[in-house]
Design a protein around this ligand. Structure first.
Ligand code: G4P
Length: 302
């Protein structure tokens, strides 16, 4: 990750425009904090990809949120509308001031966490299949430059995942969406997180999908009810929670619950605020513990 960052920082001065591919279902959690750190005053286009899977109302909120940031354009896209993706090339050229003075198209760098749909977008832009840039840990990190229509040159970067640990909910959302390998988390944990959110935000979709007569009271009750409906049972009729949780998450991923977005700008600012005050309390507690220890030490010394 460190090497990838260094590589990107090295080529960045020669770039005119940055494109960051986000997952429209979790635009904050799928963001790479590095992009904001290195953006400077370069124009950045945030592509809210997989918009076909996201809740259109919440996508509009995210577009407004990003567009309020300096030098940022936000555009929902999906593989269902390749023409809209190709229009990006003209937008990139229009964003660079020296475009009118020379005939050279924009030099663009594209970034995005794995599985966000970056390769699909590159193939659409290039109108041919381009080899994937190495993603996996241990695979040599490479960048590749691709010539695109309208004189645009595109530098692809490895889709390294910069874990967003703050707020901690980001990891659950990435896992629920399939942005993190399924082997690195417990289905039950991600299922409970997803269940809690769906109960609060999309209860009517749950009622329709699982034909409940009554909405389950909490996350655990929802997973249990899904398990019963799906026959995810152990001997004695006990629900196999891991299997039931997986069924719920897979239903979300496969659009069985309709188009769902896992976070909104308001939710994220609340979570960031809560994480900040939790951090401040931790620092305060530590300072109090240290002062106590010092007091005891001085007392014993006397
Ligand atoms: P990456 O380079 O960022 O790692 O992602 P990639 O393009 O390989 O896309 C990851 C998965 O997301 C692929 O599905 C791809 O088809 C899907 N995808 C990409 N863009 C969109 C979109 O706009 N909408 C939807 N619904 N899906 C999209 P896969 O199941 O991993 O592979 P495959 O079945 O397409 O072979």
């Amino acid at each position: 990750m460190h090497k990838a960052r260094k590589d990107i920082e090295e080529v960045l001065p020669q770039m005119d425009v940055m494109i960051e591919v986000l997952d429209a279902r979790l635009p904050f959690s799928s963001e790479n904090p590095l992009v904001r750190e290195i953006q400077g005053d370069k124009p950045c286009i945030k592509l809210l990809n997989k918009a076909d899977m996201a809740d259109p109302e919440k996508t509009a909120q995210w577009v407004a949120h990003f567009e309020a940031q300096q030098n940022v354009r936000a555009i929902p896209v999906s593989q269902e509308d390749p023409e809209a993706i190709r229009d990006l090339l003209l937008l990139c050229n229009n964003l660079i001031p020296h475009r009118n003075l020379t005939d050279v198209g924009a030099r663009v760098i594209i970034m995005g966490i794995p599985n966000v749909g970056k390769s699909t977008i590159i193939n659409t832009l290039a109108e041919r299949k381009i080899a994937k840039t190495g993603n996996e840990a241990g695979v040599t990190i490479t960048q590749q430059r691709i010539k695109l229509p309208h004189g645009v040159s595109l530098t692809d970067t490895p889709g390294f995942l910069w874990p967003k640990l703050n707020p901690p909910t980001c990891g659950y959302r990435l896992a629920a969406s399939g942005g993190i390998k399924d082997t690195v988390f417990e289905w039950e944990d991600v299922g409970l997180f997803t269940a809690d959110y769906l109960l609060k935000t999309y209860p009517e979709r749950l009622m329709a999908r699982y034909q409940f007569t009554e909405l389950p009271l909490d996350d655990e009750a929802l997973i249990e009810a899904v398990g019963r409906k799906r026959g995810a049972l152990r001997k004695g009729g006990v629900v196999e929670m891991n299997q039931a949780a997986k069924a719920l998450v897979v239903d979300f991923r496969n659009l069985e619950l309709g188009r769902i977005t896992l976070e909104t700008p308001d939710m994220i600012s609340g979570e960031l605020e809560a994480a900040k005050s939790a951090e401040a309390s931790k620092v305060k507690e530590k300072a109090e513990r240290d002062a106590d220890r010092r007091k005891r030490y001085l007392k014993n010394k006397r």
